[in-house]
Design a protein around this ligand. Sequence first.
Ligand SMILES: [Zn+2]
Length: 161
Amino acid sequence: MTLLKDSIKAALENRPVRDSPSDELSIHINRIVITSLFDLGTAGEGIIHHAGRYFGSTLVEMGEVHGKTVEAVLAELVAVLNKLKLGNITLVEAEGDSAKVQFEDCYFCKGLPLIDRGVCFYDSGILVGALQKALGREFKVEETKCHCKEDKMCLHEISGI
Ligand SMILES: [Zn+2]
């Protein structure tokens, strides 16, 4: 079992990990880790996106997501991500190879300073990583709305390539 799979399993089972300090960890540390990679510019964004894709595809490998259509894959994926408390996440639209997934109260970007672009490269990676692994073809994704752009939610728009 890879470290990633074990970490996912532990999170889904809410498995106790350590005694002291407790397992309670501020959401800030996640932001610190991810935003540290922004120092690498677009290369860092690519790494973050790639890591998200690896997480998404691993969820399929682990059988947590196993749908055979875009809608089924994303519905299952959204349920897992909500269980992990990444936000209040909704599959708002799915038709053929196109879909829109919205993150309200995004764990990563809600409350970050406003800039003029989306920053949730990890989340967009999760979505297309799971789709690619489950369905065996590539997808593209664009975060068209983001808390960081003063939007009320993050919106990831997906389409087949
Ligand atoms: Zn965002």
